[in-house]
Design a protein around this ligand. Structure first.
Ligand SMILES: [Mg+2]
Length: 401
């Protein structure tokens, strides 16, 4: 499972004039926080927990604000900032990755957001023809403003300057990179778009993946001005809240060892379907076994990490896992009580709705017992009881009715 995400945050932002005189473009505020924070949060929800920011211009601000360990999307996220000693271009910047790059990593521009399922994008199916770079592409109706790419049989063959084609697909600024690409960068400064991509395209080493999704480039003044409203709108999605034991995995009673994970029929396929719908997929699980001293929070998190690995193999993901370690009859003092976050109370759902822009009115909760339904109702979410059977059929039924 690809877990590293590299974000290019070194650009000068010349199109924004005064705005970027004292603040690097990816650090410009959108809805009260730096734009790059939104990109980090997006990467985190798809399970990318090792983030590398390649900084240059005014990079000290990036270090000060972003570097370090943080908990985002219920995961431990490591954010490392590498400062380029001198401007080396988008390609040259990648050479500073040589000591840290993993075999495959996600690469994205720090000044734009393309609403892509990053986990699906970073999953390479067995039998895929070799590539050094997978490029996310977006259809454009009017190619007078954007350069386009010539795409043949899923391969990018050439890059066309703006105005040469009536329409087509454009580079959306997100890539899955094989580490071997770094060996192709031999001179600095070097531009990925200008120097590296055309050569790789010639050799047939760029796979193109077309997605018709929302894209915003805050380097364009009009886009930056509209960013608060557009980002809030496009990131607001319904969610499916999944109870875990008895809905997603076989419930042994206090199941917590990763090796005991047995997926129930249709569970993984349902999560993948929820991902493809563009909805959030959350897990909300009572883990009273922690209060009872049977296992610890770290054990439950290891179980969730195994679930994420299994899901990633099929290009699916859970955006965030929430667990409640409480139980009124527990023996571990700090958890031996009832809590707003123990179902049938709605705390876990409400906390997720506070942490993410969730359209609760259209959201669903799947559970196998009445306490799940009570939690859903108390959170204002439609509960769907799933005592047994195939979960994907249950989802299809729930979406109809
Ligand atoms: Mg259950």
């Amino acid at each position: 499972m690809v877990r590293q995400c590299v974000i290019l945050v070194g650009g000068l932002g010349t199109r924004l004039g005064e705005l970027t005189k004292s603040v690097p473009k990816p650090m410009l505020p959108v809805n009260g926080r730096p734009f790059v924070e939104i990109l980090i949060e997006e990467a985190a929800r798809f399970g990318f927990d090792r983030i590398v920011l390649l900084a240059g211009y005014l990079g000290g601000q990036v270090v000060e604000h972003c570097a370090g360990h943080r908990r985002i999307a219920g995961r431990e996220i490591d954010v490392r900032v590498i400062l380029e000693p001198e401007p080396a271009g988008t390609g040259g910047a990648l050479t500073f990755l040589r000591d840290v790059a993993e075999e495959e990593f996600l690469l994205m521009n720090g000044d734009s957001w393309f609403d892509l399922d990053l986990r699906e994008f970073a999953t390479v199916e067995p039998g895929t023809a070799p590539f050094l770079l997978r490029m996310a592409l977006r259809p454009v109706a009017d190619a007078s403003r954007f350069g386009t790419v010539a795409l043949e049989d899923g391969r990018v063959r050439a890059f066309l300057p703006r105005g040469t084609a009536a329409g087509g697909v454009m580079n959306a600024g997100i890539y899955l990179v094989r580490r071997a690409l770094l060996d192709r960068i031999t001179v600095k400064p070097c531009s990925l778009e200008g120097d590296i991509f055309p050569v790789l395209a010639d050799e047939g080493l760029i796979e193109g993946r077309e997605r018709d999704a929302f894209l915003i480039d805050i380097g364009v003044p009009a886009d930056y001005a509209a960013a608060p409203e557009l980002l809030a709108r496009h990131r607001t999605r319904p969610a499916v809240f999944f109870d875990r034991d008895g809905v997603l995995n076989h419930d042994e009673g206090y199941t917590h060892r990763p090796d005991d994970l047995v997926w129930l029929p249709g569970a993984r396929e349902t999560i993948r379907q929820v991902n493809r719908m563009g909805w959030y997929a959350f897990v909300v699980t009572n883990q009273g076994g922690i209060a009872r001293g049977l296992y610890g929070i770290k054990d439950a998190e290891a179980f969730h990490a195994r679930m994420s690995e299994d899901l990633a193999a099929m290009g699916a993901h859970i955006d965030e896992f929430r667990l409640s370690p409480y139980h009124p009859e527990g023996v571990v003092p700090e958890f031996a009580r009832m809590s707003d976050c123990r179902k049938p109370n709605p705390g876990m759902l409400l906390d997720l709705a506070a942490a993410w822009p969730v359209d609760m009115a259209r959201s669903l909760m799947f559970g196998d017992v009445q306490t799940d339904m009570q939690a859903a109702a108390a959170a204002g979410v439609r509960g769907v009881l799933h005592p047994d059977g195939n979960l994907l059929e249950r989802l299809e039924g729930a979406l109809k009715g």
